[in-house]
Write a protein that binds this ligand. Structure first.
Ligand SMILES: [Zn+2]
Ligand SMILES: [Zn+2]
Length: 324
């Protein structure tokens, strides 16, 4: 049994909110101030998560009316999902970066076209019709887990940002998600790093249509940038707080360099992203895992293409990759 509430300091509390995926939980952080409390990344909306929060607020003695604001490091459902539920009960503002807000609208706004665009992308990259069919349903299956959707307020990432009684420097860190933001307390060298850098797990880097043409390039760049910051303690979105931040950024960069080289090694003949994805991730993935595995493979191939290491060949509406 995971202990869900961990007091990290006088003012910062880690709350492990359950997830129905292999990741098992997402970290929410409660920051106590003189006048109330702030909530960072409240989690995915499930009955188990609601139950956990009801118990946690009671145990911690936190009145819902004293919730001052909800801060999102990025728009992914496992972080954003419960923000509307909290806003509805507290009236608190929900803060996210401008690009984060655009992603929310594109993915789950009224009249969204992203599901159709993603299916078309997967088809073009070689996914067969039999696998595509359940994917369509999967795309919209998240909606109940992030409803009701909140009113969003955009964070000015150019300026210092208050969380509780302390001032943080926001850093926009695209790659895992466009518009992802980390928040650094420069005085204490403590960083809320969301899913940008995780201990033990390599954050997913996915291509999705219409935002970042080369998310892996953005990711490697923003990893390199944050790796230079003075961070003594990092508070990640999954697993536990860790002290080896700079070292971990280096490991993740090396992981991607190795993956890129391994992909090139498999291109002795032209192949689709989907064929490579199956090779790397196997064929026992759930539909949820397969979606991210294929988007990640596409992100790597786009990187190799933009670096001039591979080229795209068109055939029958499907894209193949060949070594240059
Ligand atoms: Zn994420
Ligand atoms: Zn996450």
């Amino acid at each position: 049994m995971i202990k869900p509430i961990i007091h990290l300091s006088d003012t910062i509390i880690q709350v492990k909110v359950p997830l129905p995926f292999p990741l098992r939980w997402v970290n929410s952080y409660v920051v106590i101030s003189r006048s109330g409390w702030t909530l960072i990344d409240p989690g995915l909306r499930t009955p188990e998560a609601e139950q956990l929060w009801n118990g946690a607020l009671e145990e911690l003695g936190l009145p819902i009316g004293a919730l001052e604001k909800i801060v999102l490091t990025h728009h992914h459902p496992d972080h954003y999902g419960l923000s509307g539920w909290f806003q509805e009960r507290s009236g608190a503002e929900v803060h996210i970066s401008g690009t984060g807000m655009e992603q929310v609208r594109a993915l789950w706004g009224e009249g969204e076209t992203m599901s159709a665009e993603l299916l078309e992308l997967f088809r073009r990259h070689g996914m067969d019709e039999e696998t595509l069919a359940p994917m369509a349903e999967h795309m919209t299956s998240f909606i109940p887990q992030l409803s009701p959707q909140p009113q969003l307020t955009v964070i000015d990432t150019e300026r210092p940002y208050k969380i509780g009684d302390r001032t943080y420097q926001p850093f926009v860190t695209p790659g895992h998600a466009a518009g992802h933001v980390c928040f650094l307390d420069e005085e204490r060298s403590e960083l809320f790093c969301g899913d940008h850098v995780l201990p033990q797990i390599t954050p997913n880097v996915s291509y999705i249509p219409g935002f970042d043409d080369n998310p892996l390039r953005s990711y490697l760049h923003s990893l390199d940038e944050v790796g230079k910051l003075k961070v003594e303690l990092a508070f990640p979105g999954h697993r536990d707080p860790f002290r080896t931040f700079a070292e971990r950024t280096g490991q993740i960069i090396r992981h991607h360099e190795e993956r890129l080289a391994a992909m090139e090694a498999k291109l002795d003949e032209p192949r689709t992203s989907y064929a490579l994805c199956r090779d790397f991730f196997g064929d026992r993935l759930s539909i949820h895992q397969l979606r991210f595995a294929l988007s990640e493979t596409i992100a790597h191939l786009f990187y190799l293409r933009d670096e001039g290491r591979v080229r795209e060949l068109e055939g029958d509406g499907v894209v193949l990759y060949a070594l240059n």
